[in-house]
Design a protein. Structure first.
Length: 411
């Protein structure tokens, strides 16, 4: 049932991960982190599924952070931005740019800068979380009400979204997958309806260790948001092909429409461009947070976020915590690893402190909304944990005295 299971060396390895676990010499990220750029090939032309480490044992995300400081001419990048915006700018008051987001700090900053600093007329769009947290919903309202934006919120069919989320957990242990797919495919569809040709996202994927080459492209991996053609045996949602969802689960093509990609040809013909603001301006999570507080009164979590030591990153969906717990289970990388690595790269904490934070918080179970999530997925607690254990790759986990232990920990 686990895809890409392979027996390398002496132990089983799931998901095509590297068998040997290594940690970056600068941050606390391991080499098990998957790329979100699926077609990326390394210099030898092989598909590279996980984050790259160089000869010095440093990860791509750390190298990108160095480049941001030293090599990138940000003044020149901003000039490029202004030129691009000028070519889309409309004088008739109509929308000229689309900014997707849910009211998190990054989308707040992107939309606000584009409107108030660069004088664009953005339409914001939202594919809402499965279940908003109270603080997440308040921040969403502040984005629109205090920030001052028009917004279209697309609410997918709740029955279908729940089923797909449940399937994504059962088949992939990836509770966010249908949300991510839906959200990505929504933007070009709405852009097309409103005759908008420019879509702007906030932070860039190179921040999180996607291939460093992406950093030199202003659209950074967004070309993969679309497919060349609609082959329903090849498009999977929650690990099930669209063909099968229709045949075996009683869904209609219309039920699945929000999740299906547009034809790539159509997007090119209509001249729709995807851009990342983080390519043009020197983005940082701390700055995005400060910006959102200053201009929209953005609110942090009232308590420390489960599984980590921070209060301000992705906190709008009740399922967020579980999603990170799932990455800890599948790749040995939890929320504290992601966030400590980021803070090390921005010189906010030292590596030793990051190591301590990972040991203390990574993999902490997100109890706060667990009951609601189980109800949402219509799943029993025993079934959930039974399922979870099937996704622990034997090269990462061992059971000692009935307790699961990570074999390799950052040190
Ligand atoms: Zn690193």
């Amino acid at each position: 049932m686990i895809k890409d299971e392979a027996k390398k060396g002496t132990q089983k390895v799931y998901f095509g991960l590297p068998e040997e676990v290594k940690f970056c010499k600068k941050c606390v990220m391991s080499n098990q982190k998957p790329n979100s750029v699926p077609e990326f090939k390394n210099t030898a032309g092989q598909k590279k599924l996980t984050i790259a480490f160089d000869e010095a044992g440093v990860c791509d995300a750390c190298r990108y952070a160095e480049m941001k400081e030293m090599q990138i001419d940000w003044k020149k990048r901003e000039e490029e931005l202004v030129k691009l915006l000028d070519s889309h700018r409309r004088k008739d008051g109509y929308y000229d740019i689309l900014v997707p987001g849910s009211g998190g700090k990054d989308s707040v900053q992107a939309a606000h800068l584009l409107k108030y600093k660069y004088g664009m007329n953005p339409l914001t769009i939202t594919w809402p979380p499965h279940m908003y947290t109270d603080v997440g919903y308040r921040n969403f309202r502040r984005w629109i009400d205090i920030g001052g934006f028009d917004n279209i919120t697309f609410n997918p069919n709740g029955k279908v979204h729940r089923l797909l989320t449940k399937l994504a957990v059962e088949n992939l242990f990836h509770p966010f997958q249908p949300f991510i797919i839906g959200q990505k495919n929504l933007a070009p569809k709405i852009a097309m309806k409103f005759g908008i040709k420019l879509i702007f996202y906030g932070d860039c994927s190179a921040e999180y260790g996607n291939p460093i080459a992406e950093n030199f492209k202003p659209n950074q991996g967004t070309e993969y948001y679309t497919l060349d053609k609609k082959d329903f045996s090849k498009i999977h949602l929650g690990g099930v092909s669209v063909d099968k969802l229709i045949k075996d689960y009683g869904l209609s093509l219309n039920d699945l429409e929000p999740y299906l990609p547009l034809d790539k040809k159509e997007i090119i013909e209509k001249g729709i461009d995807f851009r990342i603001l983080g390519y043009y301006i020197k983005w940082s999570p701390q700055e995005a947070y400060r910006y959102a507080v200053r201009y929209t009164n953005f609110e942090t979590n009232d308590v420390r976020t489960e599984g980590t030591f921070t209060r301000y990153n992705s906190l709008d969906d009740q399922i967020d915590g579980l999603n990170y717990w799932a990455t800890h289970l599948k790749f040995g990388i939890g929320r504290a690893t992601y966030e400590a690595s980021h803070e090390i790269r921005y010189h906010l904490i030292a590596r030793e402190e990051g190591v301590k934070l990972v040991h203390r918080f990574d993999g902490e179970f997100p109890k706060r909304y667990f009951k609601e999530i189980l109800e949402y997925m219509d799943m029993k607690e025993e079934k959930f944990f039974e399922l979870a254990d099937k996704f622990r790759s034997p090269h990462l986990w061992e059971k000692i005295n009935g307790k699961w232990n990570l074999k390799h920990k950052v040190s």
